[in-house]
Design a protein around this ligand. Structure first.
Ligand SMILES: [Cu+2]
Length: 355
């Protein structure tokens, strides 16, 4: 029982429950994510000396003190890039109908293999080919239409958080219910209330449909704009790469350590607004912690006055909030889950504050 590779797995086995425990150590060694775990041991010992990842040079490890992976994920292979997703807001198409703004989006579900950490492939289910799906953005009071087509081999829905009639709630058994492969439906409702919300598939088993990647942020701006800011979206997620109902990779915007390797550049003194959504499956809590600074926190973004001035927020699945911060100094400032294990497994990054 004290054999090192088994010992390393003890928490995972606990979380995964009794089923499949016997098979786990074998599975664990078969899947490519072992590089992440092995990397942890290296990181704990310094800067990755002695790594035995095929094709990895010592130079590649030299600066990797905070992370357990080697190399990088090529955004061209995934077809999306966390460096772009972080500032990518999809405002859809707008037209005026009978004096009212109607905002419309086309969303297609598709099955797609993505890379969530260097060398770690994941058979994702996606909205519009990306994980997270597009950050949909509207304004309070508009009429919203989401034209959804299921191009996946599995049944799916789109369930939006917000206020709407049951037939547009995107759950099995109500309204159009599950939409099979090739199925389509237009979800339609008014944008309400203003705040930071989310959408996700609600087909069953729910944990599978969410953890495979079918989710995204949904922002409803108040009628009067919030103060001008450099706006960022962070969807906190994770990936169960070996089907043990526990995550092996954690991230914001999908790719482990993406903002460690390419820090998010912001300007000193400028207001930075972060729309942060926790959609993490299989773990009860996630968190966001900012180093060397404090931020105003607006839970769910539904009030214009902040509730807290803090440097850490703890979020259950589906919880979200808006953070506003200014950096008084230039330099590199870390942000990460204050669940340390998540940080070690990919949910960690930096702001690079410049003049
Ligand atoms: Cu689904």
């Amino acid at each position: 029982m004290t054999e090192p590779s088994e010992h390393k797995l003890s928490r995972r086995r606990l979380l995964g429950g009794a089923a499949g425990v016997a098979a786990l150590p074998v599975l664990h060694e078969l899947v490519p994510h072992t590089g992440v775990h092995d990397g942890l041991a290296r990181a704990a010992g310094g800067h990755g000396e002695g790594a035995e990842v095929p094709g990895a040079s010592k130079a590649a490890h030299a600066g990797a003190g905070h992370r357990g992976t080697v190399g990088s994920v090529n955004p061209a292979v995934n077809g999306f890039d966390p460096a772009e997703i972080v500032r990518d807001f999809d405002e859809g198409k707008v037209r005026r109908v009978a004096g009212r703004t109607v905002r419309e989006w086309e969303i297609v579900a598709e099955d797609k293999e993505i890379e969530v950490a260097p060398g770690v492939k994941f058979a994702a289910w996606t909205y519009n080919g990306r994980v997270p799906g597009p950050t949909l953005r509207a304004r309070e009071g508009e009429r919203l239409r989401i034209n959804f087509v299921n191009g996946s081999r599995h049944p799916h829905t789109m369930h939006f958080h917000g206020i709407h009639r049951d037939i547009h709630d995107g759950i099995p058994g109500v309204g159009p219910g599950n939409l099979g492969p090739g199925g389509s439906y237009t979800y339609e409702f008014d944008a309400s209330p203003f705040g930071l919300h989310l959408y996700h598939c609600h087909s069953t088993p729910l944990a599978e449909h969410i953890s495979k990647g079918l989710y995204g942020a949904f922002i409803i701006d108040p009628k009067d704009d919030r103060p001008k800011a450099d706006e960022l979206v962070m969807v906190m997620n994770g990936f169960d790469t070996n089907f043990d109902r526990a995550n092996e990779v954690y991230a914001v915007n999908t790719v482990a350590f993406a903002y460690h390797d390419s820090p998010i550049r912001v300007k000193r003194g400028e207001l930075v607004r972060i729309y942060c959504v926790n959609i993490l499956e299989f773990d009860l809590v996630n968190s966001f912690h900012l180093h060397a600074n404090f931020f105003d926190y607006y839970p769910t973004g539904t009030k214009l006055e902040p509730r807290d001035l803090t440097d850490t927020v703890v979020l259950g699945q589906g919880e979200r909030g808006i953070m506003e911060v200014r950096f008084p100094f230039t330099g590199k400032y870390m942000f990460h889950a204050h669940v340390s294990e998540f940080a070690d497994l990919g949910w960690m990054g930096f702001f690079e504050v410049v003049d």
